[in-house]
Design a protein around this ligand. Sequence first.
Ligand SMILES: Cc1cc2nc3c(=O)[nH]c(=O)nc-3n(C[C@H](O)[C@H](O)[C@H](O)COP(=O)(O)OP(=O)(O)OC[C@H]3O[C@@H](n4cnc5c(N)ncnc54)[C@H](O)[C@@H]3O)c2cc1C
Length: 452
Amino acid sequence: MTAPDGPIVIAGAGQAGSLMAIYLARQGHDVTVYESRSDLRRHDIDAGRSINLALATRGMVPLIDVGVIDQVDAITIPMRGRMVHAIDDPTPELQPYGQQAHEVIHSVSRTDLNAILLDAAEATGRVAIEFDTQIESVDLQDSVLRFADGRVEPFGLVIGADGAGSRVRKAIAEMGAGRYETEWLDHSYKELTLPPTADGSHLIDPNALHIWPRGQFMLIALANPEGDFTITLFAPTDTFDKLETAGQVDAFFDAEFADFAALVPDLAQQFIENPTGPLGTLRASGWSYEDKAVIVGDAAHAIVPFHGQGMNAAMESARALHRHMSENTDDFAAAFRSYEADRKPDADAIADMALQNYIEMRSGVIDPDYLAKRELALALEQRHPGHISPRYNMVMFSTMPYAEAQSRAATQGDIIAKAIADPTIDIDALVAALPPLPQLDPLADPDALTNS
Ligand SMILES: Cc1cc2nc3c(=O)[nH]c(=O)nc-3n(C[C@H](O)[C@H](O)[C@H](O)COP(=O)(O)OP(=O)(O)OC[C@H]3O[C@@H](n4cnc5c(N)ncnc54)[C@H](O)[C@@H]3O)c2cc1C
């Protein structure tokens, strides 16, 4: 890869920024990363941000590329399905994600994952990370970064991995090269903690993603290795507005989530002290400016968290950006355009599917129609492996482009709806006629991915 005319800098040391730094360093570039927060390996700074995340195939493939998958694997907890806690049934029900061994998602600490990526970036010997360094603005006319402390630094290329509020994206838009808007959901979220038992083990099954679906709102739980669970309440914003006192909080949880409430003695205190976060979808177009600036991860496509794909998509986009830069070494402006042409349809598709998955999680998983369709889909998958796969599985357990997963899922959904409406239809013939699925388990042969 040829070097740009001036230093390569990355704004933001989240998953996308630190991964991008490793990819570029491994190709011989010196990179400086500017991060507004303190070094999370030395300071406890993530309070209020999602504590753990669901890692799936699309996020694992880049981790294989850069050689850290074994370290990450050692800190994850596998989740084999959804454990559904119905309001009227004291026994939760496990709905396995899939029928194949690799169809498992992994709970991972955001801090520990980022720490592994930061260590790997620094271990290349080519990446300098400046923490506590807030980029105030990006001047694309004069190719300089202006920092909150008044410092000014030149750059040849700035990669904006600076999250949903990206300054790099703003600068691209100010040059007339990009546009963006955020659609806010009228739902919000709040994180709580389900503590471990006295001997440090998990109070509920750690190997499942727990859901308490309640129609308009839901609670979810992902296990942490320390024995606790990160719990998230997703609900209409006006529900949060009505829960102001300890009495109101206790009454709400006792009525809706009694089994969970019984396990958390300081529930009301946590609820009142912890912040409530907004949820939105950022749709941007024009992801680059000439060969000087490009955005990646949440900076280009922040989505709602209901498919557990924001980080996975961010890392998959970093991989794609690196690939396009490697294929267009003499013309980064062209590389950035082809990267956007490649990824934008996928970013739009996962944004839509993430919104749809909220409805599936908070109400679908207990809806008899949904469950009947899911059962039929799983039976068809057994009868026609390689021709049909549930949408969730194509998104979570493959690297098939998101847009393809979305359109295949629409076709499959039409076939299943037709067969349910008219049982005389030869559904097996319709499914067998679907084009074969691309290989769904890219992790089965990680060596094949190493140098891609
Ligand atoms: C409640 C919740 C649950 C989620 N669960 C999941 C999940 O289960 N699975 C999943 O895949 N995704 C999940 N996500 C999404 C995921 O957190 C993001 O998509 C992912 O972290 C994006 O990574 P990124 O590197 O693009 O951005 P970020 O992680 O936001 O990193 C951006 C970095 O840039 C820094 N920065 C910002 N501005 C500046 C500046 N001006 N100067 C210098 N530095 C700057 C920030 O401090 C930050 O470190 C969830 C999100 C939420 C809110």
